[in-house]
Design a protein around this ligand. Sequence first.
Ligand code: HEM
Length: 437
Amino acid sequence: MTSTQAQTLNLPAGPDTPYDLNTTDESFPKVADYIAEYGDFCLIKPVTRANNTILINDPDAVKAILVKNHENYKKGPGFERVKMLLGNGIIVSDGAFWRKQRRMIQPAFSRKCIDGLAQKMQKANQDWLAKWQEKADNNELINLTADMSELSLEIILRCLFSDDLDKLTQQEGQNPFDVLTQDLARDIQFVMKFRALQSLVQQLINERRESSKRYDDFLEAFMQAVDKDSGEGMSDKEIIDEVMTMIIAGHETGATTLNWAWYLLALHPEEEKKLHDEVDSNVAGDIPTFAEVATLQFTQQVLEETLRLYPPVWLYSRTAIADDTIGGYNIPAGTNIFFAPYFIHRHPQHWDKPEEFNPDHFLPDEVKKRHKFAFIPFSAGPRRCIGDYFSIVEMQIHLGTMAQQFKLELAEQEAVEIDPQVNLRSKTNIMMKLTRR
Ligand code: HEM
C-alpha cells in the first residue's frame, strides 16, 4: 500500500499499543477497555499477526459481515489452533469444501431428526434425575459445573454413537471420551489425547460398514450423507473430522450455558418460580416430551437470557478476503475482525437494563422491537451454529425435567466469577444444594 493510499483510508481509532486478541482471560479485560474507550469500532495493531484487527460492537456491522457480505470473510485468527484439534471439520473449514460439508450435514439437524434425538436427551436426563434424587435425599451437595459437563457430554456422545458408546466403554475399561470432562486444559496434551480418540471412531465406522444394523444418530447420518453435485459420500477422514467437531462444538457450549442458567435462577427466585409454574402446568410426566418442549416459552426465555449474559462463545473472528467498507470505515483485505457477543449483548443502546437478568428481554414483542443482530450467541448468516435448535431442545428438556422436581440453591454465597477461555466458564465449580419440591 502506498503512503497516499494509507492516508486516504478511513480507519477507526484505537490504542497505540499493539495487541493480538485471543480467547483467553487476558484478552477479556482488554476487550472491555477497548469498547469503553473507542466505542463500536476499534482498530488494534498487531504484535505477531500480519494485519490489523478491528473489534466490532455494532449490530449493523455484524449483519454486514456475517450475512450481507459473508462471502468476503473467512474464519479468522485462533482457528489454526482448533484445526490441530479438529482437522478440517465444518467449524474451521472455508469455501467450497465447507459448503459441501455443511450441505451434507445440515439434514441431520432438521426438526424431524432432532425429534428422534430428543429420546436420547430424555434418557440421559432420566438417569441424571435418579442421581439427583439420591443426592437430595442424602442431603448431599451437587457439583453443578461438573454435572452439567458430564451430562452434556453424555448427550452429544449418545446422539453421535447411540449404544456403540457402551461398546467402547467396555472395550476401553472406561468411557474414552471422559478426557473432555476430566482434563480441563485445552493445551497440546489435550489435543494429543483427543486426537488419539479418532481411531475409536474409525473402528465404529468399520464395524458399522460390516453390519446391517441401522442407527438413529449423527454417525449414521454422516456415513449415509451424499453430496448432491458429485453423488459421493464423505471419506472416512471427513466423517471423523465432523464427528470430532460435533463433540467439541456441542459439549462445553451446552454445559456452560446450563451451569450459568441454574446459577442465575438461584439468584432470582421470582424467575425460578415462573419456571416452576410453567413446567408444572405444561409437562405431564417426569420428562418433557418433544411436543411439550415446544410449549415451554418461559423456559426458552430463561435460556436465551442466560446466553445473552453468558454467551459460551464470547469472542469469535473473521478475516477479510478483499477490501470492504463497513460502517463508513475501510476494511483492507487481510484485516482481522473480532466480535464479542458478551459485550454486544450488554450494549446500552440496544438493551434495557443490560446488566440485569430478565427473561422478559425475550418476550416475543421485545424481540421484534430489538435489532436482530444485538443477540448473536450462535453467530449469524450461513455460518450460524448448526446446533442452535438441538441445544435449545437439549437444555429445555434438562430444565423441564429438573425444575419439576428440585429447587437449586447456591451452597456458597460469594458471586461466581467468569473464566473467559474458548468457552465462557465459571472460575470455580458451582456447588448447589438440591431440595425436593
Ligand atoms: C449453547 C450451545 C451453543 C452455542 C452457544 C454455540 C455457539 C456457536 C457459535 C457462536 C458458532 C459460530 C462460530 C463462528 O462463526 O466462528 C457455532 C458454530 C458451530 N456450532 Fe455451535 N453452539 C452451541 C451448540 C452446538 C451444538 C450442540 C453443536 C453440535 C451438536 C454445535 C455445532 C456447531 C458447528 C458444527 C458449528 C460450525 C458451523 C459452520 O461453520 O458451518 N454447536 N456455534
